[in-house]
Design a binder for this molecule. Structure first.
Ligand SMILES: C=C(O[C@@H]1C=C(C(=O)O)C=C[C@H]1O)C(=O)O
Length: 123
């Protein structure tokens, strides 16, 4: 796994210095050949650009699904509490955790924990 180019900022936005210029495709500051894709070899660079387009599509879909899931989960909780029920149903959460662990292993468990947290908000 490549670990040499990682943004650790964790925030929802990037700093202005990393943004493309207003003109569009040119970076704000001069970059050495291969800096954007990580290689100066043109065929590899073109393929990386192509793959990144799909990665960006997938990431956008993941964000949208994440937000939809959180909203639905919050609606279930509100509906249940308004009817005198519990905020959480731990047996259901265990089933979800197990489904993700079966599909993705230990990372699946962590992902499911984050999904469940996004849906319930702060306890
Ligand atoms: C959404 C629900 O409510 C809570 C949130 C869950 C979730 O985000 O998947 C699962 C179980 C409940 O603790 C539900 O019961 O389905």
């Amino acid at each position: 796994m490549m670990t040499d180019v990682v943004d650790h900022s964790g925030g929802p936005t990037r700093s202005g210095a990393e943004q493309p210029s207003a003109s569009g495709s040119e970076p704000a500051t001069a970059q050495p050949a291969g800096a954007l894709t990580g290689t100066a070899e043109p065929t590899a660079a073109a393929r990386i650009v192509q793959i990144r387009e799909r990665i960006d599509e997938i990431d956008n879909a993941l964000v949208a699904l994440w937000q939809e899931r959180a909203a639905l989960s919050q609606e279930v909780g509100a509906t249940r509490m308004a009817s005198g029920g519990t905020r959480l149903v731990l047996s259901r959460e265990r089933d979800i955790l197990e489904r993700f662990r079966t599909a993705l292993g230990a990372d699946g468990t962590q992902l499911a924990l984050l999904l469940l947290r996004a849906g319930r908000g702060p306890l």
